[in-house]
Design a protein around this ligand. Structure first.
Ligand code: MG
Length: 381
């Protein structure tokens, strides 16, 4: 019986994780669940999976959840403080972090400090604090299992391989909903157009990141830390069908790829059952039905966020933190109808240019930079 905690259980990754657990017949015990706002779903999940601990981010819902779970032997935590406490729980074998954005980073740190392995969907953790998180991983003898489909693909391609023999990795991206749209009309992109991803069903933040292709940029930084590769060994290729999830090219020019239907349940399951591929009933890949797989260079003029990510990665220091926090805030501002789609890359770049460049030595510096960036973006809106 594997003991599992889920951070962000009512989000897109969290609900799909519980779906995987529900259908797998391989014995998982849910020790904790956390949610930010969606109390109805958290209550239903708790009644079904009977966790030992639950955390609701919104403290105003304290009494409601207490009452609903009064028949369960379940301790309830509240707010950001509760989330940080629950993520330090060492009574589990593996934590799945499905939190959204920069706020998912500190819980990742706590999980590793508690000497617990982590299935990581929150890419912002590594973007902001990759160096520190990798150190914690080694110190505490833990493993990080990627949940992001591209990184899961690379991880699967690398089983049994020697990391010194990698020439480069190639992250695939669908190109999002605006791959063929003319740049001159990007200014007029509205929220519902940007939330309409052609292939993947995902949460709102990552769907907007896919539309700007910031997601692919963040994934490049995530890959650097997961696989210990320099930026020049990480390529992006646009592959509109999202069937090849990523590739690894070796020194002898041999290339390995991992394929599958675009369904996050597959990489979630592998992260939880590694090194095994356990029988599932997810949709099977039918290549003759798909017919053809196509590839294009990414358009860096249209999708400036990709270039910003490479710039941040090359500049190191505080740049990736500022880019990430700026992007969290600009995406939210776009979703709130406060800025235009084209303001997202513009303001992300402006924050990178204007911020006080510092070395990242500790969590406090990351927190100060995050506060600076959040305030800076709010002043521009
Ligand atoms: Mg991905």
């Amino acid at each position: 019986m594997k003991k599992l905690g889920i951070l962000g259980s009512t989000g897109s990754i969290g609900t799909q994780t519980l779906n995987v657990i529900d259908t797998l017949d391989s014995g998982f015990e849910i020790v904790y669940l956390t949610a930010n706002q969606n109390i109805e779903l958290l209550i239903n999940q708790s009644l079904k999976f009977n966790p030992k601990y639950v955390c609701i981010g919104d403290e105003s819902k304290k009494d409601q959840i207490k009452k609903a779970l009064s028949n369960l032997d379940c301790k309830i935590f509240y707010g950001r403080k509760g989330l940080l406490e629950i993520s330090s729980c060492n009574e589990i074998d593996i934590c799945l972090n499905g939190l959204v954005g920069a706020s998912g980073m500190e819980p990742t740190v706590n999980v590793l400090k508690a000497e617990v392995d982590i299935a990581l969907s929150n890419k912002e953790s590594l973007v902001m604090a990759g160096d520190y998180i990798n150190k914690l991983k080694i110190e505490n003898n833990c493993q990080i299992f990627p949940v992001d489909s591209e990184h899961s693909a690379i991880w699967q391609c690398l089983v049994g391989e020697n990391l010194d023999e990698i020439r480069k990795i190639i992250l695939t991206g669908s190109g999002g909903p605006f791959r063929t749209r003319d740049l001159s009309s990007f200014e007029n992109i509205n929220i519902s157009e940007a939330l309409n991803h052609p292939n993947w069903q995902m949460g709102r933040k990552i769907t907007i990141d896919s539309a700007t292709m910031m997601n692919k940029g963040l994934e490049v930084i995530e890959a650097k830390w997961l696989f210990d590769l320099p930026p020049e060994k990480i390529d992006i290729i646009v592959h509109p069908q999202s069937i090849i999830h990523s590739m690894v090219e070796f020194l002898d020019s041999s290339v390995k790829a991992q394929l599958g239907v675009p369904d996050m349940k597959v990489p979630i399951q592998y992260a939880l059952t590694y090194p095994n591929h356990i029988k599932s009933n997810w949709e099977e890949l039918n290549l003759t039905k798909i017919g053809s797989l196509t590839f294009e260079e990414p358009n860096l003029e249209k999708f400036k966020c990709i270039k910003l990510a490479y710039d941040a990665m090359n500049a190191e220091n505080s740049y990736p933190v500022v880019l990430n926090v700026a992007n969290d805030n600009t995406v939210q501002a776009f979703l709130d109808g406060k800025i235009k789609f084209t303001d997202i890359p513009r303001l992300n770049e402006f924050a990178m240019e204007m911020h006080p460049v510092t070395n990242i030595n500790d969590m406090k510096t990351i927190e100060e930079l995050s506060n600076w960036t959040e305030k800076f973006i709010k002043e521009q809106i």
